[in-house]
Structure formats: structure tokens, C-alpha cells
Design a protein around this ligand. Structure first.
Ligand code: F6R
Length: 606
């Protein structure tokens, strides 16, 4: 997730771009840059935030009434000056800003290198600029059309040419982009807040739209360059509302981003019935000798690791443990050169997680980071890193990062199983196909969020909750309980369903709420029996069950059905109702959801 802004009109472009970028900084903040077309086509960019870019701009005079700006959240290539956008084409006649992921960029890059081109950055974006230049024969619009037809993946683009001061071109596929319509000036932006000060009239581009943005006109085309029409919408949001996409809180916005997040986590990894992790360097030979696997992490990331433990046992047939990093770092974990350690972290900066990683490395383990923030400490220090591509997470309570972590871990484990000959071709295809359906299923769940909201509103005075489940549903129970306690301040415990009768059942009364996660088919009858135990003590039960499990309706007080997928993939989507429940409970209780008391987003101290 990055932020794009573009301007053409009668005013100096630079201040308008900088103001827009500041309002998009929530979309990414590891590097920023602008391109201004005046007497020359100049690009100024830097690692860091918009204020660092402003600092750099103090020493340069950038004059021109047409320009593009970008604030980056790295996906391909570390956050540094060279990888920052805008990207020039090889001759510096074209510039491109891009938000999204180009899945086939390595193939395209290889092709261009073969043709004799030399690249400057590690990004997927640079390939787009080079392609456009290759196709350029005096008409930027035609060149962009030809180039984008070769791209696979997601992209929102702004493209400018040194030779053409009358227009710039924008394209949208699977990454958001809007056009802002002014008087004698027009804009593009990744999101509405960037341009709200200048206009309230916008066109929301749709997938496959190409926009030719001139000072007085905006022309829209499809990918064949046939003219199309889109409605103009009037936006009456405040800037703050606009940043949250009209949602009341970032947390809810981030939950509703999950279908997109699920897609991005598998981009370039699931294709043609195959699962590949191109970012993984670990060798087949090393894999042969691995005899133990750990997942180390904190909080929500640890809970994603618990899913990883089950998946490792099932698909890699290896002993696996999920460990809380703050414990692991002070133990004497049995680790040697045949140990594989996954280090899971959204921020990549959590102090305990980093210490656990360093301990594992010292003892000779091979380490793989499952990380969201590109270039973060964990990603720099692990032997291999697989990014989860969730985009910046702003709410303190982690939601979309968890979904992306779980999905990425499952993809990596399945890929390693394939590499070590433990996953047959048919099974790989079965999982690959099921992954591709997950975004749609997540959307289906979100479409029923009002049911969860209603249930939460009815339960808002409850003070005691248990989340129970078995196997992967137990992993989900841990996360459901953490979400509820951290933002709604309701006491919540995640328990293996079979353990209830060994103690906690004594606490169950008519004042208790039990959230029973029952999506894992092989054990659902067992969990059903545990629900009956709770009901016999007058506890209230909300069950999260898989579609089609009708029996549970007769036992639980309320059932929320999640659409059916393969059992092992279910956590990616079954967590959504749990996240929504925590959110709506906190909302019903009138709490500060995005900034819960006593908590911080990234815990960089021990
Ligand atoms: C909970 C939450 C925390 C983090 C934990 C690890 O919603 O956000 O429990 O998961 O502090 O943070 P990262 O993943 O950045 O290492």
C-alpha cells in the first residue's frame, strides 16, 4: 500500500503534491518523492517521511504546474533513496509512480535486461517505466496502454513524459485510484483526503480504467483505449473521515480491507494451480536435514505462529512449537543447525522478538522472517524473509496483519512441503485453488457484519468470556480472546475446548459468555460436546461454525456461519467474525478503539 497524488493546472504543483502526500502518509511512510515537469523533468526522492522530503526540497528549486508524488510502503526492494518513487525510465524521459505489486516483474525485468537495459532499483515499478519507454513512439497514452497490457498483478499508476506538458496518464487495476475534478486543474490520488482541500468532485476509477488527465479535461478509456464514462461523485467527508475511508475507526477499516489483504499476500505465490514462494532462498538440501521447527513471536503474531505449528506437523511432518518470544529468549531452547525458526512480526521491530531471533541465530538455526514492514530489523536479520504485504496497519489492535501472517505461513509451509516431496501435485492444486477463493469468502463474511454487531450490542454488559476451540480453532480462540480484551477491556480467555472441564468450567455461570469456534471438521463433534457442557451450566454460547453444520443451532444460543473452505485454510477467514465481535463490543461500550489504554503499536522495549 502506497500513496499517489498527481496534479495538472495553473498553480505550482509542488505544494499541492506535498500537502496531498501528507494526507496520504497513513498509507505508507518509508520513503517519498515527487516529479515535477517544468523546464525539465525533475525527480526528488528520499528514504523517510514527507518531512524528510521537504528537508531535501529546501535545497532545490522545482518549478512546474504538472507533477506526480508518492509516499511509499515498500513491497519490492528495501526502503532507500533509490527504491523510492517516482521512477525514471532508462533515458529519464518518462516517470512513473505506482501503488501495488507487479507479479510478473521478474519475467519482464529479465526480458528487458536481455534486450540490453540496465536497471537502477530493486523495485517492480521500474520495469513499468522501462516498458513504457520501450513502447513510446511520441504518444504517451498509446505507450502506457501497451505496457499495462503486459502487467500482471495490481497497480495504480501515474505516468508523465518529458515531451508532453499537456497531460499525464493514470491507470487503475486492483489498487485504488481516484480522479479529482477542479476548475482549470485536475488531480489524481490514491484516496480522497489528498485532494479534499481542492475539490469535492471525484471519479472513482474502476479496474482496467485508463485516465488521460489534462488541465481542462479528463478522458477515460478502457484497456483497449475505447472511450468510457464514469459517474462524478460529490464527497462531503471531512479529511479525518476520509482517511478512515468513511469508517468510524481505522480498526474497522482495516478489517474491511482483509479481502484485498488476502489477495495481496498470495500475489505471485499462487498461480496456475501451484504454490511458489519466490522470495525464499532456503535450499532443498537444507530442508532435508531440518528436524525441528519453531515459531517465535509476541501477541497476535504469536497466535499466527500457533497456526503455523499445526500446519507444520500436518504438512511437513516435523515436530513444531510456537513460542512466546519473551519466554523463548530466556530459556535454553534446543536448537542446532538443523532447526528452522520462523520469526513472525508485523512491525519487525518488537524487542523480544528480535532478541529471540538473535538467540536462535547464535545457536545455529536457519531463520525465516514473516514480516509486514519491509526493511525492518527482523527482515534484515533473518536469513530469509517472506513479506505478508498487508500494508500499513494503523489501529493498535492488529487485524489485517494477522490474516496476512496466517495466510503467508500456510503458503510457506505448503511450499516447503512440496519442496521436500511431501505434497503431491493434486494436493498442491487443491490448496492453490482454495486460496484463490478466500478473498471472496472473506467478503461474504464482511457482508454479514451487522449480525455480529447486533450480537455484540446485546452482550455489551458481559464481563466474563471464554473463547474455546480445538486444533486450529484453538489457535483462533487465543486470538479472539486477545482482541476482545485489548480493545473492549472485557476479561477473556482462550482455552482448548477439551480443557474446560479441568478447571475453568467452575467459572461458568449464567453471566458467562462462551465463544465456541467450531470450524475444524475433524473435531467439530468434540467441540459440540464441550458446548453442551457449558450450556448445562447456563452459560451463553455464540458459536462460529462452518456453513452447513446445522446441528450446532440446537445447542448454541447464536451461530455465525463462516463459508466453507479447506479446514487448514479456515483460520484466514474464520478470524474475521472474532475481530468484528471485539470491535463491536468496544464500540457498544463507547471505548477509544484505535488507541486502547496502556498499549502501543510497536513494542520496541523489553
Ligand atoms: C495485538 C497486537 C500485539 C502485537 C505484538 C507483536 O493486537 O497488535 O499483540 O501483535 O505486539 O507485534 P509485532 O507483530 O509488530 O512484532
Amino acid at each position: 500500500m502506497c500513496g499517489i497524488v498527481g496534479y495538472i493546472g495553473g498553480n505550482e504543483a509542488l505544494p499541492i503534491l506535498i500537502e496531498g502526500l501528507k494526507r496520504l502518509e497513513y498509507r505508507g511512510y518509508d520513503s517519498a518523492g515527487v516529479a515535477i515537469l517544468g523546464d525539465n523533468l525533475e525527480v526528488i526522492k528520499t528514504q523517510g517521511r514527507i518531512k524528510d522530503l521537504e528537508e531535501k526540497l529546501k535545497n532545490v528549486k522545482l518549478k512546474g504546474t504538472i507533477g506526480l508524488g508518492h509516499t511509499r510502503w515498500a513491497t519490492h526492494g528495501a526502503p532507500n533513496d533509490i527504491n523510492a518513487h517516482p521512477h525514471y525510465s532508462e533515458s529519464k524521459n518518462i516517470v512513473v509512480v505506482h501503488n501495488g505489486i507487479i507479479e510478473n516483474y521478474l519475467d519482464l525485468k529479465k526480458m528487458l535486461i536481455k534486450e540490453g537495459h540496465t536497471f537502477r532499483s530493486d523495485t517492480d515499478t521500474e520495469v513499468i517505466a522501462y516498458l513504457i519507454e520501450d513502447f513510446y513512439e511520441g504518444d504517451l497514452l498509446q505507450a502506457v496502454k501497451k505496457a499495462v497490457n503486459m502487467l500482471e498483478g495490481s497497480f495504480a499508476l501515474g505516468v508523465m513524459s518529458r515531451d508532453d506538458k499537456t497531460r499525464f496518464i493514470a491507470v487503475r487495476k486492483d489498487s485504488p485510484l481516484i480522479v479529482g475534478l477542479g476548475k482549470g486543474e485536475n488531480f489524481i490520488a490514491s484516496d480522497i483526503p489528498a485532494i479534499l482541500n481542492h475539490t469535492k468532485d471525484v471519479i472513482i476509477l474502476e479496474n482496467g480504467d485508463i485516465a488521460e488527465i489534462k488541465r481542462d479535461t479528463v478522458n477515460l478509456y478502457n484497456l483497449k483505449l475505447e472511450p468510457i464514462k464514469r459517474n462524478i461523485q460529490r464527497i462531503n467527508w471531512s479529511v479525518e473521515d476520509a482517511k478512515k475511508g468513511g469508517f468510524k475507526h481505522f480498526m474497522l477499516k482495516e478489517i474491511f480491507e482483509e479481502p484485498r489483504v488476502i489477495k495481496d499476500a498470495m500475489r505471485g505465490r499462487v498461480r496456475d494451480g501451484k504454490i511458489e514462494i519466490p522470495d525464499l532462498a532456503l535450499s532443498k538440501d537444507f530442508l532435508k536435514n531440518v528436524n525441528r521447527v519453531y515459531f517465535v513471536a509476541c501477541g497476535t503474531a504469536y497466535h499466527a505462529g500457533v497456526v503455523g505449528r499445526y500446519a507444520t506437523e500436518k504438512f511437513l511432518l516435523l515436530p513444531a512449537e510456537a513460542e512466546v518470544a519473551s519466554e523463548f529468549r530466556y530459556r535454553d531452547p534446543v536448537i542446532d543447525k538443523n532447526t528452522l525458526v520462523f520469526v513472525v512480526s508485523q512491525s519487525g521491530e518488537t524487542a523480544d522478538t528480535l532478541a529471540a531471533l538473535r538467540l536462535a541465530k547464535k545457536k545455529g538455526a536457519y531463520t525465516i522472517g514473516i514480516v509486514n514492514v519491509v526493511g525492518s530489523s527482523v527482515s534484515r536479520e533473518t536469513h530469509d524473509t517472506v513479506y505478508v504485504n498487508a500494508g500499513p496497519e494503523i489501529a493498535v489492535a492488529s487485524t489485517k496483519a494477522y490474516v496476512a501472517q496466517v495466510e503467508t505461513i500456510l503458503l510457506v509451509i505448503l511450499y516447503l512441503a512440496k519442496l521436500s516431496g511431501k505434497l503431491g501435485r493434486e494436493t498442491e492444486k487443491k490448496y492453490a485453488d482454495a486460496f484463490l477463493k478466500l478473498p471472496e469468502l472473506a467478503q461474504e463474511i464482511l457482508g454479514q457484519s451487522d449480525k455480529i454487531a447486533q450480537f455484540a450490542a446485546n452482550m455489551k454488559t458481559i464481563e466474563e468470556t471464554f473463547f474455546i476451540g480445538r486444533n486450529l480453532d484453538y489457535a483462533l480462540s487465543l486470538e479472539g480472546a486477545l482482541k476482545l480484551k485489548e480493545i473492549s477491556y472485557v476479561h477473556a480467555e482462550g482455552y482448548p475446548a477439551g480443557e474446560l472441564k479441568h478447571g475453568p468450567l467452575a467459572l461458568v455461570t449464567s453471566r458467562s459468555l462462551i465463544i465456541a469456534v467450531d470450524t475444524y471438521t475433524p473435531l467439530r463433534e468434540k467441540t459440540l460436546s464441550n458446548i453442551k457442557e457449558v450450556k448445562a451450566r447456563n452459560g451463553k454460547v455464540l458459536s462460529i461454525a462452518s456453513e452447513g453444520y446445522e446441528k450446532i443451532k440446537d445447542v448454541a444460543d447464536a451461530v455465525f456461519y463462516v463459508p466453507k473452505t479447506l479446514d487448514e485454510l479456515s483460520p484466514v477467514i474464520s478470524v474475521i467474525p472474532l475481530q468484528l465481535f471485539a470491535y463491536y463490543m468496544a464500540e457498544a461500550r463507547g471505548l477509544d478503539i484505535d488507541k486502547p489504554r496502556n498499549l502501543a503499536k510497536s513494542v520496541t522495549v523489553e
